[in-house]
Design a binder for this molecule. Sequence first.
Ligand SMILES: [Zn+2]
Length: 175
Amino acid sequence: MVRKYLENYFYDLTSNHLYKKSVDLATPHRKCLLKEDLINLVKKNHALDHRKSHSIYESIRRFVFPVVRENVKLLFDLYVDCDQCKSAISLPKTERTRRPIPATYPNSRWQIDLKKMPPHKGFQYICNIVDCFSRFAFGQACKTKSATEISKVVLSYIYLYGAPRILQSDNGKES
Ligand SMILES: [Zn+2]
């Protein structure tokens, strides 16, 4: 019984490590790790690109033994103490909808964007508005990117073409 069990392992003298024998040609022999080694491996793997426990598990499961998803998660939570990750988590996350908003008729959605231009006669921005259904674009030059000035531009086009159901902007990331 014990012999049968031991047959699944071999000791490699060059690297001084115990390996669990691979059962098929597609997988390599898996190195048997002590808890300490596994912790270090998890830490090293995290340092690569701040990956989370499930990606660490996916990248080491083919090469080491024993490795269980729950254990990796446990060791990850207990021993990976990464300042960069902690400060990243504490940042507020903006909720973003991944659902595309289809434009099915004219004026169903306008996209508004500001573009900074070289100053000319006090004008510095182009306020560009596109109707997403017809791709019809309109807009005008602006002196500032203040909400007051931009809203006047938008309002003038609402008087011309009617109000869009959705006015979509990139929340002022332009510079
Ligand atoms: Zn990290």
